[in-house]
Design a binder for this molecule. Structure first.
Ligand SMILES: NC(=O)c1ccc[n+]([C@@H]2O[C@H](COP(=O)([O-])OP(=O)(O)OC[C@H]3O[C@@H](n4cnc5c(N)ncnc54)[C@H](O)[C@@H]3O)[C@@H](O)[C@H]2O)c1
Length: 259
Protein backbone atom coordinates (compact mmCIF):
# COMPACT_ATOMS: atom_id res chain seq x y z
CA UNK A 1 0.00 0.00 0.00
CA UNK A 2 1.47 3.37 -1.03
CA UNK A 3 2.24 5.82 1.78
CA UNK A 4 0.36 9.12 1.67
CA UNK A 5 2.25 12.06 0.19
CA UNK A 6 4.37 13.80 2.79
CA UNK A 7 4.20 10.83 5.12
CA UNK A 8 7.25 10.65 7.32
CA UNK A 9 8.13 7.08 8.21
CA UNK A 10 8.38 6.20 11.88
CA UNK A 11 12.05 5.71 12.71
CA UNK A 12 13.02 2.68 14.81
CA UNK A 13 16.74 2.68 14.09
CA UNK A 14 18.68 0.50 16.52
CA UNK A 15 15.72 -0.52 18.66
CA UNK A 16 15.61 -4.09 19.95
CA UNK A 17 12.01 -5.26 19.57
CA UNK A 18 10.20 -8.55 20.20
CA UNK A 19 7.25 -9.57 18.03
CA UNK A 20 5.22 -12.58 19.18
CA UNK A 21 3.25 -14.46 16.56
CA UNK A 22 5.83 -13.19 14.08
CA UNK A 23 5.44 -16.16 11.77
CA UNK A 24 2.07 -15.18 10.31
CA UNK A 25 -0.46 -12.43 9.63
CA UNK A 26 -0.06 -9.24 11.61
CA UNK A 27 3.06 -10.45 13.42
CA UNK A 28 4.73 -11.28 10.11
CA UNK A 29 3.89 -7.88 8.57
CA UNK A 30 4.86 -6.07 11.77
CA UNK A 31 8.22 -7.87 11.87
CA UNK A 32 8.95 -6.87 8.25
CA UNK A 33 7.83 -3.28 8.80
CA UNK A 34 9.71 -2.77 12.08
CA UNK A 35 12.89 -4.19 10.57
CA UNK A 36 12.50 -1.98 7.49
CA UNK A 37 12.42 1.03 9.82
CA UNK A 38 15.72 0.00 11.40
CA UNK A 39 14.69 -2.20 14.35
CA UNK A 40 16.49 -5.40 15.34
CA UNK A 41 13.64 -7.84 15.60
CA UNK A 42 13.34 -10.96 17.71
CA UNK A 43 10.65 -12.93 15.88
CA UNK A 44 8.85 -15.26 18.29
CA UNK A 45 6.45 -18.02 17.31
CA UNK A 46 5.50 -21.58 18.12
CA UNK A 47 5.46 -22.31 14.39
CA UNK A 48 9.18 -22.67 13.72
CA UNK A 49 9.15 -22.90 9.93
CA UNK A 50 7.04 -19.77 9.51
CA UNK A 51 9.05 -17.83 12.08
CA UNK A 52 12.31 -18.71 10.32
CA UNK A 53 10.79 -17.64 6.99
CA UNK A 54 10.01 -14.21 8.46
CA UNK A 55 13.61 -13.86 9.63
CA UNK A 56 14.91 -14.94 6.22
CA UNK A 57 12.78 -12.28 4.50
CA UNK A 58 14.17 -9.62 6.83
CA UNK A 59 17.81 -10.62 6.51
CA UNK A 60 17.54 -11.03 2.72
CA UNK A 61 16.28 -7.45 2.58
CA UNK A 62 19.33 -6.30 4.59
CA UNK A 63 17.59 -6.07 7.99
CA UNK A 64 18.45 -7.60 11.36
CA UNK A 65 16.37 -10.34 12.97
CA UNK A 66 16.60 -13.61 14.86
CA UNK A 67 14.04 -16.34 15.47
CA UNK A 68 13.13 -17.69 18.89
CA UNK A 69 10.76 -20.62 19.16
CA UNK A 70 8.56 -19.98 22.18
CA UNK A 71 5.12 -20.74 23.52
CA UNK A 72 3.91 -17.45 24.99
CA UNK A 73 1.95 -19.30 27.67
CA UNK A 74 5.13 -20.90 29.02
CA UNK A 75 7.04 -18.90 31.66
CA UNK A 76 10.47 -20.35 30.79
CA UNK A 77 9.92 -19.71 27.07
CA UNK A 78 8.91 -16.10 27.74
CA UNK A 79 12.00 -15.53 29.88
CA UNK A 80 14.12 -17.10 27.14
CA UNK A 81 12.70 -14.84 24.41
CA UNK A 82 13.57 -11.75 26.46
CA UNK A 83 17.02 -13.12 27.24
CA UNK A 84 17.62 -13.82 23.54
CA UNK A 85 16.67 -10.26 22.54
CA UNK A 86 18.87 -8.75 25.25
CA UNK A 87 21.83 -11.01 24.47
CA UNK A 88 21.70 -10.49 20.69
CA UNK A 89 20.77 -6.82 20.54
CA UNK A 90 21.98 -5.33 23.85
CA UNK A 91 18.62 -4.59 25.47
CA UNK A 92 14.87 -4.60 24.99
CA UNK A 93 13.30 -1.36 23.79
CA UNK A 94 9.88 -2.74 23.06
CA UNK A 95 7.61 -5.67 22.42
CA UNK A 96 4.56 -6.36 20.28
CA UNK A 97 2.60 -9.03 22.17
CA UNK A 98 0.52 -10.15 19.26
CA UNK A 99 0.26 -13.96 19.22
CA UNK A 100 -3.28 -15.20 19.65
CA UNK A 101 -5.98 -17.50 18.38
CA UNK A 102 -9.65 -17.12 17.61
CA UNK A 103 -10.53 -20.45 19.22
CA UNK A 104 -13.73 -22.42 19.01
CA UNK A 105 -17.11 -20.84 18.25
CA UNK A 106 -20.47 -21.63 19.80
CA UNK A 107 -23.05 -20.48 22.30
CA UNK A 108 -21.98 -20.71 25.91
CA UNK A 109 -24.44 -23.48 26.88
CA UNK A 110 -22.68 -25.77 24.39
CA UNK A 111 -19.19 -24.44 25.00
CA UNK A 112 -16.66 -26.89 26.50
CA UNK A 113 -14.44 -25.91 29.41
CA UNK A 114 -11.46 -27.18 27.38
CA UNK A 115 -12.22 -24.74 24.53
CA UNK A 116 -12.74 -21.91 27.02
CA UNK A 117 -9.45 -22.66 28.79
CA UNK A 118 -7.49 -22.93 25.54
CA UNK A 119 -8.54 -19.50 24.25
CA UNK A 120 -8.20 -17.77 27.62
CA UNK A 121 -4.80 -19.38 28.20
CA UNK A 122 -3.29 -18.33 24.86
CA UNK A 123 -4.90 -14.90 24.49
CA UNK A 124 -5.05 -13.61 28.07
CA UNK A 125 -2.62 -15.69 30.14
CA UNK A 126 -0.20 -15.50 27.20
CA UNK A 127 -0.35 -11.69 27.37
CA UNK A 128 0.26 -11.80 31.14
CA UNK A 129 3.21 -14.19 30.84
CA UNK A 130 4.78 -12.15 28.00
CA UNK A 131 4.24 -8.81 29.77
CA UNK A 132 5.70 -10.10 33.01
CA UNK A 133 8.88 -11.39 31.37
CA UNK A 134 9.35 -8.13 29.40
CA UNK A 135 8.59 -5.87 32.37
CA UNK A 136 10.97 -7.73 34.66
CA UNK A 137 13.74 -6.65 32.29
CA UNK A 138 12.40 -3.20 31.36
CA UNK A 139 11.89 -2.08 34.96
CA UNK A 140 15.63 -2.56 35.53
CA UNK A 141 16.56 -0.45 32.49
CA UNK A 142 13.87 2.20 33.22
CA UNK A 143 12.29 2.49 29.78
CA UNK A 144 10.37 0.56 27.16
CA UNK A 145 7.21 0.43 25.08
CA UNK A 146 4.88 -2.56 24.96
CA UNK A 147 1.96 -3.03 22.58
CA UNK A 148 -0.63 -5.77 23.10
CA UNK A 149 -2.90 -6.97 20.31
CA UNK A 150 -6.46 -7.09 21.58
CA UNK A 151 -9.33 -6.83 19.06
CA UNK A 152 -12.53 -4.92 18.43
CA UNK A 153 -13.82 -7.99 20.33
CA UNK A 154 -12.20 -6.31 23.34
CA UNK A 155 -14.81 -3.53 23.11
CA UNK A 156 -17.89 -5.08 21.52
CA UNK A 157 -19.45 -8.54 21.33
CA UNK A 158 -19.50 -10.84 18.31
CA UNK A 159 -22.02 -13.69 18.09
CA UNK A 160 -20.83 -17.18 19.06
CA UNK A 161 -17.35 -16.21 20.28
CA UNK A 162 -17.68 -16.17 24.09
CA UNK A 163 -14.09 -17.12 24.92
CA UNK A 164 -12.53 -14.88 22.28
CA UNK A 165 -14.60 -11.84 23.28
CA UNK A 166 -13.91 -12.42 27.00
CA UNK A 167 -10.19 -12.96 26.41
CA UNK A 168 -9.82 -9.76 24.35
CA UNK A 169 -11.81 -7.70 26.89
CA UNK A 170 -9.31 -9.13 29.37
CA UNK A 171 -6.36 -7.97 27.26
CA UNK A 172 -7.82 -4.45 27.18
CA UNK A 173 -8.24 -4.42 30.97
CA UNK A 174 -4.79 -5.87 31.58
CA UNK A 175 -3.23 -3.28 29.26
CA UNK A 176 -4.80 -0.38 31.15
CA UNK A 177 -3.90 -1.83 34.54
CA UNK A 178 -0.27 -2.52 33.69
CA UNK A 179 0.05 0.88 31.97
CA UNK A 180 -0.89 2.62 35.23
CA UNK A 181 1.61 0.63 37.31
CA UNK A 182 4.53 1.05 34.91
CA UNK A 183 4.14 4.59 33.51
CA UNK A 184 5.94 6.05 36.55
CA UNK A 185 8.86 3.72 35.74
CA UNK A 186 9.18 5.09 32.20
CA UNK A 187 7.49 2.15 30.50
CA UNK A 188 4.50 2.70 28.20
CA UNK A 189 1.92 -0.03 27.61
CA UNK A 190 -0.84 0.30 24.99
CA UNK A 191 -3.18 -1.92 23.00
CA UNK A 192 -4.22 -2.14 19.36
CA UNK A 193 -7.73 -3.34 18.60
CA UNK A 194 -7.82 -4.53 14.98
CA UNK A 195 -11.05 -5.06 13.14
CA UNK A 196 -11.44 -7.88 10.62
CA UNK A 197 -8.08 -8.05 8.86
CA UNK A 198 -7.02 -10.39 6.07
CA UNK A 199 -4.61 -12.80 7.73
CA UNK A 200 -4.58 -16.61 7.81
CA UNK A 201 -6.65 -16.39 11.03
CA UNK A 202 -9.38 -14.37 9.30
CA UNK A 203 -9.18 -16.32 6.03
CA UNK A 204 -10.27 -19.33 8.08
CA UNK A 205 -13.40 -17.49 9.25
CA UNK A 206 -14.07 -15.96 5.81
CA UNK A 207 -13.60 -19.08 3.67
CA UNK A 208 -17.30 -18.69 2.76
CA UNK A 209 -17.45 -15.80 0.21
CA UNK A 210 -20.93 -14.84 1.40
CA UNK A 211 -19.65 -14.44 4.96
CA UNK A 212 -16.68 -12.43 3.69
CA UNK A 213 -18.91 -10.08 1.68
CA UNK A 214 -21.10 -9.62 4.77
CA UNK A 215 -18.07 -8.75 6.89
CA UNK A 216 -16.80 -6.28 4.27
CA UNK A 217 -20.12 -4.47 4.05
CA UNK A 218 -20.37 -4.35 7.86
CA UNK A 219 -17.26 -2.15 7.94
CA UNK A 220 -18.03 1.52 7.24
CA UNK A 221 -14.89 1.65 5.06
CA UNK A 222 -16.36 -1.18 2.94
CA UNK A 223 -13.41 -3.56 3.03
CA UNK A 224 -11.35 -5.70 5.38
CA UNK A 225 -8.07 -4.46 6.83
CA UNK A 226 -4.62 -5.46 5.64
CA UNK A 227 -2.05 -6.62 8.21
CA UNK A 228 0.37 -3.83 7.25
CA UNK A 229 -2.26 -1.30 8.35
CA UNK A 230 -2.13 -2.79 11.84
CA UNK A 231 1.66 -2.93 11.71
CA UNK A 232 1.84 0.83 11.08
CA UNK A 233 0.04 1.49 14.37
CA UNK A 234 2.36 -0.93 16.17
CA UNK A 235 5.41 0.83 14.71
CA UNK A 236 4.18 4.23 15.91
CA UNK A 237 3.35 2.97 19.41
CA UNK A 238 6.76 1.29 19.68
CA UNK A 239 8.55 4.45 18.53
CA UNK A 240 9.51 7.58 20.44
CA UNK A 241 6.91 9.52 18.40
CA UNK A 242 4.22 8.24 20.81
CA UNK A 243 6.09 9.29 23.97
CA UNK A 244 2.97 10.65 25.79
CA UNK A 245 0.74 7.70 24.87
CA UNK A 246 0.05 5.47 27.88
CA UNK A 247 -2.73 2.93 28.48
CA UNK A 248 -4.28 3.78 25.12
CA UNK A 249 -6.80 1.51 23.46
CA UNK A 250 -6.48 2.07 19.71
CA UNK A 251 -9.06 0.72 17.29
CA UNK A 252 -7.75 0.13 13.76
CA UNK A 253 -10.97 -1.20 12.34
CA UNK A 254 -12.32 0.68 9.32
CA UNK A 255 -14.93 2.28 11.54
CA UNK A 256 -16.66 -0.82 12.90
CA UNK A 257 -16.72 0.26 16.53
CA UNK A 258 -17.70 3.83 15.62
CA UNK A 259 -20.80 2.75 13.71
N1 LIG B 1 -7.14 -11.21 11.75
C1 LIG B 1 -8.09 -10.55 12.36
O1 LIG B 1 -9.13 -10.23 11.76
C2 LIG B 1 -7.91 -10.12 13.80
C3 LIG B 1 -8.79 -9.16 14.30
C4 LIG B 1 -8.61 -8.71 15.62
C5 LIG B 1 -7.58 -9.21 16.38
N2 LIG B 1 -6.75 -10.15 15.87
C6 LIG B 1 -5.66 -10.60 16.73
O2 LIG B 1 -4.42 -10.33 16.10
C7 LIG B 1 -3.42 -11.25 16.55
C8 LIG B 1 -2.71 -11.83 15.35
O3 LIG B 1 -3.68 -12.51 14.59
P1 LIG B 1 -3.48 -12.89 13.05
O4 LIG B 1 -4.77 -12.61 12.41
O5 LIG B 1 -2.23 -12.31 12.54
O6 LIG B 1 -3.37 -14.49 13.24
P2 LIG B 1 -2.42 -15.59 12.57
O7 LIG B 1 -3.07 -16.89 12.89
O8 LIG B 1 -2.12 -15.25 11.14
O9 LIG B 1 -1.06 -15.44 13.40
C9 LIG B 1 -0.97 -15.76 14.76
C10 LIG B 1 0.40 -16.32 15.06
O10 LIG B 1 0.49 -16.57 16.48
C11 LIG B 1 1.17 -17.80 16.66
N3 LIG B 1 0.80 -18.39 17.97
C12 LIG B 1 -0.41 -18.88 18.34
N4 LIG B 1 -0.34 -19.34 19.59
C13 LIG B 1 0.93 -19.14 20.02
C14 LIG B 1 1.62 -19.43 21.24
N5 LIG B 1 0.98 -20.04 22.29
N6 LIG B 1 2.91 -19.06 21.35
C15 LIG B 1 3.55 -18.46 20.32
N7 LIG B 1 2.95 -18.19 19.14
C16 LIG B 1 1.66 -18.53 18.99
C17 LIG B 1 0.71 -18.67 15.50
O11 LIG B 1 1.62 -19.74 15.28
C18 LIG B 1 0.69 -17.66 14.36
O12 LIG B 1 1.92 -17.60 13.68
C19 LIG B 1 -4.16 -12.25 17.44
O13 LIG B 1 -3.99 -11.90 18.79
C20 LIG B 1 -5.61 -12.08 17.01
O14 LIG B 1 -6.52 -12.43 18.03
C21 LIG B 1 -6.88 -10.61 14.60
Amino acid sequence: MAAPVGYEKVDLTGKSLIVTGGGSGMGLEASLLLASRGAKVTVVDLAEENGRKTVARITEAGGTAQFVKADITNEDDAAAMVEAAVTAYGGLDGAFNNAGIIGAGGKISDYSLADWNKTLTINLTGAFVSLRAELRYMEKQGYGSIVNTASTAGLIAYPNLPAYVASKHGVVGLTKQVAVDYAPLGIRVNAILPGSTMTPLAEESFADPELKAKAESAQPIGRLGQPEEIAEMAAWLLSDASSFVVGGIFTVDGGVTAA
